[in-house]
Design a protein around this ligand. Sequence first.
Ligand code: AMP
Ligand code: ZN
Length: 443
Amino acid sequence: MSLVVYNTLSREKEPFEPLDESHVRLYVCGPTVYDYVHIGNARPVVVFDVLYRLLQRRHPKVTYVRNITDIDDRIIVRAAENKESIEALTTRTGAAYQGDMARLGALPPSAEPRATEYVGQMVALIERLVARGHAYAAEGHVLFSVPSMEDYGRLSRRSRDELIAGARVEVAPYKKDPADFVLWKPSTDAQPGWPSPWGRGRPGWHIECSAMSGSLLGETFDIHAGGLDLIFPHHENEIAQSRSAFGHAMMAKYWMHNGFLNISGEKMSKSLGNFFTVHELLDQYPGEAIRLLLLSAHYRQPLDFTHEGLVQAKATLDRWYGALRGKTLAPVAIPQAVEDALSDDINTPLAISALHQLRDPSELKAGANALGLLQQDAEAWFRWTPAAAADGPSDTEIEAAIAARQAARKAKDFKESDRIRDDLKAKGVILEDGPKGTTWKRG
Ligand code: AMP
Ligand code: ZN
């Protein structure tokens, strides 16, 4: 089945027809790194990783760019609070983000640009906008002139009044039109800044993604994605910048947006304080359990986060890994029902229910792999241990105890072999005797 995706631009599902069949180009807006990211931030990373995997199966070349925003006023404030340099902060939190996303089974994108590496390209883009009459300098700032673009607002479909209200910025005196937005702003000596034709300053947020996508994917590309909250103003403004600078009728052909991860019906967010970081959850649950939870709802639907949901996801994976355990797995094609579900606008809940129907362990593994699940060896899965239990016996200690138990059984010292088993059980390690010997799991 060919791929169909919901395009926010048309508000309809459309057949996916890339600009160039042989080279698909995808951009996903990444996080601002000033601390550990929360599990809501991981939702776009995980759902669009499933899309990336599907595109890679069907096209000879896929370039996937997922940026890291490492310049932002929240970063400046946090670095000052922590009494560390901005670079030290963003290097640390950027690396933690990459590590946590890898533990969720997300493939590394083709490029993961940091905004600060592209300031030169941002300045060049702003100069181009000024030269074309789409931007103007005022009091050290450069602003995008919204009235200079005839069809501004097509993505978010907002009325002009809503646009102005939604911009949520005080109408600064240097703005010619209240809807105009910042491309460049001046920096004080204490703030990070770069030289520019308008003085020392730093870029606005939206221009970052126009510069990075333009540099790495081209002036027009196939898919641009991110969370629902980015439709306005971020993506609307990216479109305005890129189309006005490059002079094309489109920036990206398809715009895809994931729904929110909620907690008690409210959007999980740093500002509300109702969040769990991926980093802390990875101490309590395996990465694949978090990934399965994130894929359990369709990406455009809201998804309510609960610990119960993670416990259930882990139980499902325990069952699946249990079915693979000790089996010889043949490389087989991804089951059609799974491919069909994913082809229909990445319908992961339907794909997961198809996995539940599969009886052949080789097919189960192939189907789950399409979702980035069941990626590990079953024995390794059952050895996973929560961080709180990390002071229990090590793998080597457990295996030594199993060997000692084996020796006791051989010598018919069943009292000793039971003692070893009970001792391990008290330490949270469960032994299972099977035809191929003894296996164990932490549980
Ligand atoms: P930010 O660092 O806030 O720009 O967010 C990084 C990415 O996470 C963006 O694609 C956001 O749309 C997305 N995002 C933020 N909060 C949530 C949430 N609660 N649920 C789903 N996606 C989110
Ligand atoms: Zn962006």
